[in-house]
Design a protein around this ligand. Structure first.
Ligand code: ZN
Length: 256
């Protein structure tokens, strides 16, 4: 067995036995790693201190190449990001980033992806409340792009003709981008006009647009794109959770 120490973010944990937990970390140096942490559930024990979901710290693991579950030695937390657990929108955004990584990452290190995850969680933890939804969309699209799945907004994904400034196209999920008006008639995807396209361009660069329009439509587009291209056909639970929060925020008139 070899000991590895690496910067890491705790993405998920499960109870494993009376006293143990399974912890899944994304790390800078050894990619995605699952560990058994013995004794962390014991009452009054110090071993589980700082093992908050989305916390960043220095992880030490006993590694054996032949095993799927490695041995937890120590986690020295550097940032607990407790605001993420105290606000439902922050929490759902962090859950989306975690789920994207859990769906896609392997044991090969990917420093860019680690920085995207770690920086994104910090921004969601500290960002102003009023810009949160735009920030969640920006961080999630930024991660989708970092994973190598950027959609094509211009030129047309079907005929490669450049889109005019005023063109209203449609999003073609199977082709992974926007169709121009001439090609859009054949498909039923969501309409993408100039405003939506401009917002998407900003979001794909990982930045929040200043006045996010139609947030629920933008969330649905992102969720459907990820289902189609990133998570092999099944929708991520964290998108459904955020969509249900937004539906609740529109008030009782729309609930029926
Ligand atoms: Zn076209």
């Amino acid at each position: 067995m070899s000991l590895e120490t690496t910067p890491a973010v705790l993405l998920r944990s499960y109870d494993y036995s009376e006293t143990s937990r399974i912890l899944r970390f994304y790390t800078r140096d050894i990619g995605l790693v699952s560990v058994v942490a013995k004794g962390v559930r014991r009452a009054g024990g110090r071993a589980g201190t700082g093992l908050d979901t989305f916390a960043r710290g220095l992880l030490t693991v006993g590694m054996k190449a032949s095993r799927d579950l490695q041995t937890f030695r120590e986690f020295a937390p550097e940032s607990l990001r407790r605001s993420l657990g105290a606000d439902m929108i922050r929490f759902s955004g962090a859950s989306i980033l975690a789920e994207l990584v859990l769906e896609n990452a392997g044991s090969d290190p990917n420093e860019e992806l680690f920085e995207r995850l770690d920086g994104g969680l910090t921004r969601l933890d500290r960002g102003p409340r009023k810009d949160l939804l735009a920030m969640v969309l920006a961080e999630a699209w930024g991660m989708v792009v970092a994973l190598g799945y950027a959609p094509q907004l211009n030129p047309c994904v079907h005929c490669e003709a450049p889109m005019g400034d005023a063109d209203i196209g449609r999003f073609d999920f199977s082709a992974g981008g926007v169709r121009c008006p001439n090609c859009a008639a054949e498909i039923g995807g969501p309409l993408v006009g100039p405003g939506a396209r401009e917002q998407l361009e900003t979001l794909l660069s990982g930045n929040a647009p200043p006045n996010l329009q139609k947030p629920r439509a933008q969330l649905q587009l992102l969720s459907d794109f990820v289902t189609y291209h990133v998570s092999e056909g099944h929708p991520l639970k964290s998108f459904a959770f955020l969509a249900s929060l937004l539906a609740g925020e529109t008030g009782p008139l729309e609930e029926a």
